[in-house]
Design a protein. Structure first.
Length: 131
């Protein structure tokens, strides 16, 4: 029996909402990792925030930042992602029951470090909830 659950669905169908609800039910003390939230201005999505379960956050991608990395209309801050999310995931491998990775997508895959950490997570013994 696998201890990894990866949710796939089209954008804006509630994957992150479901993950946050499960974290709330299971308990923040048992979970480590990150989730994403949309940045919206005047009713339009302009980017994405990354929020860790140990209370760190940063802009992952936005139409308002400069970066050589682009996914659709968004510029991606891969350094912020690596500095905010990856250390929390690696720490959670050692002391949390469930690893939360809300978004394994094109933006994250620009990071070689993310691919390495993801390999550890998916090949490890921790439970994983991801999208």
């Amino acid at each position: 029996m696998s201890n990894k659950i990866l949710i796939t669905a089209k954008p804006r169908t509630g994957k992150s909402t479901l993950i946050k609800k499960i974290i709330s039910e299971v308990g923040y003390d048992k979970c480590g990792g990150f989730y994403t939230e949309e940045i919206r201005k005047d009713g339009e999505r302009t980017g994405f925030m990354i929020k860790t379960l140990d209370d760190k956050e940063a802009v992952l991608a936005s139409v308002d930042i400069e970066s050589d990395i682009k996914v659709s209309k968004y510029s991606v801050d891969i350094v912020a992602f690596e500095n905010i999310c990856l250390p929390g995931i690696e720490e959670a491998l050692n002391n949390k029951e469930i690893i939360i990775i809300d978004e394994i997508g094109p933006m994250q895959m620009y990071s070689k470090k993310c691919k390495e950490v993801l390999s550890k997570v998916l090949n490890g013994d921790n439970k994983v909830l991801g999208a």
